[in-house]
Design a protein around this ligand. Structure first.
Ligand SMILES: NC(=O)c1ccc[n+]([C@@H]2O[C@H](COP(=O)([O-])OP(=O)(O)OC[C@H]3O[C@@H](n4cnc5c(N)ncnc54)[C@H](O)[C@@H]3O)[C@@H](O)[C@H]2O)c1
Length: 360
C-alpha cells in the first residue's frame, strides 16, 4: 500500500476522538480535514490533531477534491443524508452506528453505495474487537457446532447521555438503537448472520432520564441537555432467525439495578462462549465439561484496540478495494431488526419479515 488516504472527520464531538487518534496512528492515512456545525469545536480539534482544513458545513468539505474518505460521527438523524452526499461526491464512507434511522433510509444509502461504486463501512466497532474476531474464527471452524441461542445485555443503572441522544427525532430511539445496536450486531455476526424472520419487543419509559440523581458520572453528548427526553429507558426483544436460532436482548439507559451490567453469551450444539464482559469458552470432552479461557493480552473488551482495528480495516479496504467486514448490507439488516423491535413495541405484537401472516 503505497498511497496515503486523505480523510476527513465530520462531527467532532465525543466519539470522534477515537476516529481522530486512530487515523493519526495509521501510517497509510492522513487526517486532512475536520468538520462540525459548531465551528469553534471544529477549529479546536483541527489544531489539536493537525488537520489542514476546517469546515463548518459538510457540503463544503465534500466538495474538496483532495479528500478521499470520511468518517461520519454526527447525530444518527444525519448519517443517511451525509453518507449519501459523501458517496455521490465520490468519497468512501465510514459511518458511526447506527447506519441511520429507518429501513427506507438504509436502503437509500445502500443504493448510493451501488450507484457511486464507493465503499461504505458501518462502524460496528464490537466486530473489530480482536476477541470477537478470535471467537468468530472458532465459530467458523465449527468449534461451537450450530449456534442456536444468544443472549445479550447492556444495562446501565444511570446513563442517558442527554442532548440529541434523548431526542427521538435526532437519535431514532434510546438504549436499543444507541447501545443495543452493538450487541444485536455482535451476536448476529457471531451467529453467522442468519436471516431474521421475526422480532418481538417491548420498550418502557418508566424512569425518565433521572437527571436528579447526584454523585454518579456517565457518558454525555457534547451538548448535554437534560431538559428533553423522548426516548425509552428500557427495551427488550426476542429475535428469531430462519435457521431456528434466537437472540434475546435487553438494554437500558436507566434501571433500578445494583450496578451496570454488560454481557453477550452464545450457545451452540458443541460449545458455548462469552464475548462480553470477558472471553470464555464452555465445551465438553471425554464426558467432562470444560471451561476454557483463551489467553490474550486483553481478555475483556479493549475500546482502543477495537477502534484502531476498525479504522485500520477501513483504510486497508479503501486502499485495496476490498469489501469491509461490516458492509452497508449488514447495516440494512440491523436497521430492519431495530426498527422491527420499535414497531413491535408500539403495536404490541410480533413483527414478521418472512411474508407469512403476522401473528397478533
Ligand atoms: N461506536 C461507539 O462505541 C460509539 C460511541 C458513542 C457514540 N457513537 C455514535 O457516534 C455518533 C456521535 O456521537 P457522539 O457521542 O460523538 O455525539 P456528540 O453529540 O458528542 O457529537 C456529535 C457532533 O456532531 C456535530 N454535528 C451534528 N450534526 C452535524 C452536521 N449536520 N454537520 C456537522 N456536524 C454535525 C455536533 O455539533 C457534535 O459536535 C452517533 O451516531 C453515536 O451513535 C458511537
Amino acid at each position: 500500500m503505497a498511497k496515503s488516504l486523505k480523510v476527513g472527520v465530520i462531527g467532532v464531538g465525543s466519539i470522534s476522538e477515537m476516529h481522530l487518534k486512530s487515523y493519526k496512528n495509521n501510517p497509510h492515512a492522513e487526517l486532512y480535514a475536520v468538520c462540525d456545525q459548531n465551528e469553534a469545536r471544529a477549529k479546536a480539534v483541527a489544531d489539536k490533531y493537525g488537520a489542514a482544513k476546517v469546515y463548518g458545513d459538510y457540503r463544503a468539505l465534500l466538495a474538496d477534491p483532495q479528500l478521499d474518505a470520511v468518517s461520519i460521527c454526527t447525530w444518527n438523524s444525519t448519517h443517511a443524508e451525509i453518507s449519501i452526499a459523501a458517496l455521490n461526491a465520490g468519497k468512501h464512507v465510514l459511518t458511526e452506528k447506527p447506519l441511520c434511522l429507518t429501513v427506507e433510509e438504509a436502503l437509500a444509502v445502500q443504493e448510493a453505495v451501488r450507484s457511486s461504486g464507493r465503499m461504505l463501512q458501518v462502524g460496528f466497532v464490537r466486530r473489530y474487537d480482536p476477541n470477537a474476531q478470535l471467537l468468530r474464527r472458532f465459530a467458523e471452524h465449527g468449534e461451537f457446532g450450530d449456534i442456536y441461542y444468544a443472549k445479550a445485555s447492556i444495562l446501565r443503572r444511570l446513563g442517558n447521555p442527554g442532548g440529541w441522544f434523548a431526542d427521538v427525532r435526532r437519535s431514532g430511539g434510546g438504549p436499543l438503537i444507541d447501545i443495543g445496536v452493538h450487541v444485536v450486531d455482535l451476536c448476529w455476526y457471531l451467529m453467522g448472520k442468519p436471516k431474521v424472520v421475526s422480532v418481538s419487543g417491548n420498550t418502557y419509559n418508566k424512569l425518565g432520564n433521572r437527571s436528579n440523581v447526584k454523585g454518579l458520572s456517565f457518558y454525555k453528548a457534547s451538548d448535554y441537555d437534560a431538559s428533553l427526553n423522548t426516548v425509552e429507558d428500557l427495551a427488550n426483544a426476542l429475535i428469531r432467525f430462519d435457521n431456528g436460532a434466537s437472540l434475546y436482548v435487553d438494554v437500558s439507559f436507566t434501571l433500578h439495578i445494583e450496578k451496570d451490567e454488560s454481557s453477550a453469551k452464545l450457545f451452540g450444539t458443541k460449545g458455548g462462549f462469552e464475548v462480553i464482559p470477558e472471553m470464555k469458552i464452555v465445551t465438553e470432552k471425554h464426558d467432562t465439561i470444560l471451561n476454557v479461557t483463551p489467553q490474550t493480552d486483553h481478555p475483556g473488551f479493549d475500546f482502543n484496540a477495537a477502534f484502531q482495528a476498525e479504522i485500520d480495516h477501513f483504510v486497508d479496504s479503501v486502499l485495496n478495494g476490498t469489501e469491509p467486514i461490516s458492509p452497508v448490507e449488514d447495516g440494512v439488516e440491523i436497521m430492519k431488526i431495530l426498527c422491527g423491535v420499535y414497531q413491535s413495541a408500539r403495536e404490541g405484537r410480533e413483527v414478521r419479515f418472512d411474508g407469512e401472516a403476522e401473528r397478533a
